[in-house]
Design a protein around this ligand. Sequence first.
Ligand SMILES: C[S@@+](CC[C@H](N)C(=O)[O-])C[C@H]1O[C@@H](n2cnc3c(N)ncnc32)[C@H](O)[C@@H]1O
Length: 297
Amino acid sequence: MSENESPVFCNYDQSDYQEAFWGEGKRAYEDACEVMALERLMPKTGKLLLEIGAGAGRNTLRYPGYEKIVLMDYALTQMQQAQARLGTSDRFVYVAADVFHLPFADALFDGATMIRVLHHLSEIEPAFEEIQRVMQTRSTFILEYANKRNLKAILRYLTGKQKWNPFSQERVEFVELNFNNHPDIVEKGLQQNNFKVEKVLSVSNLRIGSLKKKENLNWMLKLESLLQTAAAPLKISPSVFMRCQQTFDKPNALQHEFFRCPNCQSYEIVEEDVRIHCHACGRDYPIVDGIYDFRLK
Ligand SMILES: C[S@@+](CC[C@H](N)C(=O)[O-])C[C@H]1O[C@@H](n2cnc3c(N)ncnc32)[C@H](O)[C@@H]1O
């Protein structure tokens, strides 16, 4: 896909998202729900995981079974925050890049996650196609999406407080570059790109402002634990987590392959001191304080 025909997305550069959204326990309930969901879905062991739209690395330590994790986000400042939080070690690789132009070899990863990112993409299919490309056969993809057909939206629609129909399949853009997706559309997109859905969880079921108090957290999480599986078939929670298997048959990346030029797709790409240089198209990608910057714009 060329730069010009690329879908658009929400850029978090310079954002204080981690502190502003998650700070001071403001969303302790949602955060704990996600811990629970990841524990239920993540493979116990793995070699190389790609965390897409990793932000400031809020979830990274929740993938303990993976030997190595590549944190990837379009926002360089999010990668800097993640690096400040997790430090520099052989276990973590930090990459600024765009999910529609991943700078990685085909069939490189045996796992990938994408949490709270899909709702920022103007198109979902090209992202699934690119993720499928970098994933090995039978590898695991954990996806979270914001569900358009959630209970609150259904009730608001039925009582005339909301105009858009939560049952119709088109996406709803409730704020610029913030889209809620219908479950059928997400599943169709996955299926068309060779992802088989293995397990679905209904997440953040009790996301109700008046309930979310510190003293309620315990019982809310007990109930959430039951609802994540029991309510999963309904798919009416605000957030849905899925475990998918990449089923397209292909050989794994060779041992020496890792990066691929996101501009010309060449593997003739060489790491030098402060840059990665592509010998095929001549493009240089800076390495800024240990963060690979593969952004094309
Ligand atoms: C709501 S934050 C979620 C961060 C993290 N996954 C979490 O749950 O804490 C969304 C992140 O997705 C990143 N993002 C949005 N569109 C992207 C794209 N096309 N490619 C890579 N990252 C993207 C943003 O920069 C932002 O850091």
